[in-house]
Design a protein around this ligand. Structure first.
Ligand code: PEP
Ligand code: MN
Length: 359
């Protein structure tokens, strides 16, 4: 074979590659169209029966030189790529995604802007125990020029015999303290039918880790006009977390703050494992503000400060931590809440990181 003949054959191969490419992409467009139809019909994207009949037809027409098994392998890859494309289209359509909305969402909580580039702080006791207890913390929060106060009225506890929270009485205490100190309050709601009532008392509905996939609760929170702080589930992947936020937003409520609070791993040195890189991933994938709860992620007082610094350094829009007038006698999470002296030291030590994060 002369060099000229070889070049000729290569030219034909190049031509054929381009033709194959065009056909593969043309096929992909059809697949996308089918995907959109299936989406509106709510039909499963992957259809093994259909795939089998496509493969059978292809093999019937296979005159070689490729073996049927080789052809099957090549086409299965093409099918798989098509399926991935349909999934990507679906992801593109997520309301919480950056693809859908490139600009940052800024959540307005009584005038406090979360996600505007200035980190915000949420402090308060694990649980609302009494008016005095919450008011004392509120005073400390107020003295630092802060606006956001947390406190659980409904406590989802591991044991049914542990303190379950004061319920509506707790919400009323929060409301009274918020009014007296001009603060905004964040409190966890655990059941869909408690949301309506809670609207009168709180400024942010928290959905806790244990309820991240309580879809009825997510939908109920999505149907009201009140900011929602959604915590990552105990063992939730980032994808599941994002989809949980989508449940809320799909009902019309886009005022959502995501909160990384550690995930369950084999590690026992900390209560949970703080997945710090979840922060930039969530910020890239979604347009929502992302906070880090340093109390529940570490479960250790000595790690609150370094974890909070890390959160600010990596781009979190805020930090949450628990503060109690007398943690030793707290009705929940007594091992990890800060007393007021520790709170002062924590906040003071965070100032350089805070100033840096604002730049
Ligand atoms: C809380 O913030 O009070 C709480 C219970 O946290 P989590 O849902 O993250 O465990
Ligand atoms: Mn707690």
């Amino acid at each position: 074979m002369t060099k000229h003949e070889l070049d000729n054959l290569r030219d034909r191969i190049d031509e054929m590659n381009v033709k194959l490419l065009e056909m593969i992409n043309e096929r992909a467009q059809l697949v996308q169209e089918i995907g959109r139809v299936k989406e509106t019909q709510g039909v499963n994207r992957y259809d093994p029966v259909r795939e089998r009949s496509m493969l059978n037809l292809i093999k019937e027409h296979n005159d070689g030189p490729f073996e049927n098994s080789t052809i099957e392998h090549i086409f299965k890859e093409i099918f798989k790529a098509g399926l991935e494309l349909q999934k990507d289209d679906h992801r593109k359509a997520l309301l919480v995604s950056r693809k859908k909305k490139p600009e940052d969402t800024v959540v307005n909580v009584k005038g406090e802007l979360i996600g505007n580039g200035v980190p915000k702080f949420v402090f308060g006791p694990c649980a609302v125990e009494s008016y005095e207890q919450v008011a004392q913390v509120a005073q400390q929060v107020k003295a630092k020029g802060l606006k956001l106060l947390r406190g659980g009225a409904y406590k989802p506890r591991t044991s049914p015999y542990d303190f379950q929270g004061l319920g509506v009485e707790g919400l009323k205490i929060l409301k009274q303290v918020a009014d007296e100190y001009d603060l905004a309050v964040i409190s966890e709601i655990v059941s869909p039918n408690a949301i309506e009532q809670a609207l009168d008392y709180i400024d942010v509905i928290q959905i806790g880790a244990r309820n991240m996939q309580n879809f009825e609760l997510l939908k109920a929170a999505g149907a009201v006009n009140k900011p929602v702080l959604l915590k990552r589930g105990l063992s939730a992947t980032i994808d599941e977390f994002i989809n949980a936020a989508e449940y809320i937003m799909s009902q019309g409520n886009g005022q959502i703050i995501l909160c990384e609070r550690g995930i369950r791993t084999y590690e026992r040195a900390t209560r949970n494992t703080l997945d710090i890189t979840a922060v930039p991933i969530l910020k890239q994938e979604t347009h929502l503000p992302v906070m880090v709860d340093v109390t529940h992620s570490t479960g250790r007082r000595d790690l609150l400060l370094p974890a909070a610094k890390a959160a600010l350094a990596i781009g979190a829009d805020g930090v949450m931590a628990e503060v109690h007038p007398d943690p030793a006698v707290a009705l929940s999470d007594s091992a990890q809440q800060m007393d007021f002296a520790q709170f002062d030291a924590f906040f003071e030590a965070l100032q350089p990181a805070f100033a840096h994060a604002q730049r």
